[in-house]
Design a protein around this ligand. Structure first.
Ligand code: ATP
Ligand code: MG
Length: 208
């Protein structure tokens, strides 16, 4: 639904989608959704999202990955990792994600999104299309993997506000799915996400 809060530009009206969500989904043959993966840096959000996305696209499903890091190269360029900047970054990611769901796309958002209230706000804005997956790799495992050496640099004081080291990560309490990449293979995690999408009837539409 349009946001009717007082607009900075008061003569802006909500422009209606002529095709409509239901028609878009009927043609796609599946629902639109936002599958939000949260977890520590190096937990496997990107790896898992990309692996599932690859399978879905090969099946002819409209799927896409919105990686928080890529958004920081464009739409969120100029935003850093202070609390204010993280909030604004996630707000932008959320609003874009909502549009993808409306376009009948299954969108995987890979974003640390470290605060519960931050993800709660995303859930509130996106509504019933929002599904949260906690990629629950423990800090010690992420730190041991340290694929880009970021934990090492954060421990050395070279990176400020690094989640899990010098900034908090609040584990989800209401995630629809929890993955444990520290004790399951990538294939197992991918299988769980596919089963999960099925269980929420994302991959097929209800009978008319
Ligand atoms: N079972 C697994 N599932 C996912 N990733 C795994 C698994 N086992 C090992 N890895 C490795 O863990 C790392 C996770 O990196 P990835 O960039 O996907 O994480 P991320 O959560 O997106 O982190 P970042 O916040 O740094 O982007 C990769 O190097 C990947 O190869
Ligand atoms: Mg990533």
């Amino acid at each position: 639904m349009p946001d009717d809060s007082p607009a900075l530009a008061p003569n802006i009206a909500w422009q209606v989608d002529g095709v409509g969500r239901a028609r878009r989904e009927a043609i796609a043959g599946h629902r639109g959704a936002v599958v939000w993966l949260t977890g520590l840096s190096g937990s496997g959000k990107t790896t898992i999202a990309r692996a599932v996305d690859q399978i879905l696209v090969e099946r002819g499903i409209r799927s896409y990955v919105l990686d928080s890091e890529n958004i920081r190269h464009g739409l969120s360029r100029g935003l850093g990792f202070s609390l204010d900047d993280r909030v604004e970054h996630i707000r932008r990611v959320t609003e874009v994600a909502k549009l993808f769901a409306d376009s009948a796309t299954i969108l995987f958002v890979a974003a640390i999104s470290p605060y519960r209230w931050m993800r709660r706000r995303a859930r509130d804005i996106i509504g019933g299309d929002f599904l949260e997956i906690h990629v629950a790799t423990p800090l010690e495992v992420c730190e041991a993997r340290d694929p880009r050496g970021l934990y090492r640099r954060a421990r050395a004081g070279e990176i400020a506000d690094f989640t899990g080291v010098s900034a908090p990560y609040e584990e989800p309490v209401d995630a629809e799915l929890v993955l444990h990449p520290e004790s399951e293979s990538l294939e197992q995690s991918v299988g769980k996400v596919l089963d999960f999408l099925d269980s929420f009837n994302i991959l097929r539409l209800p009978m008319p």
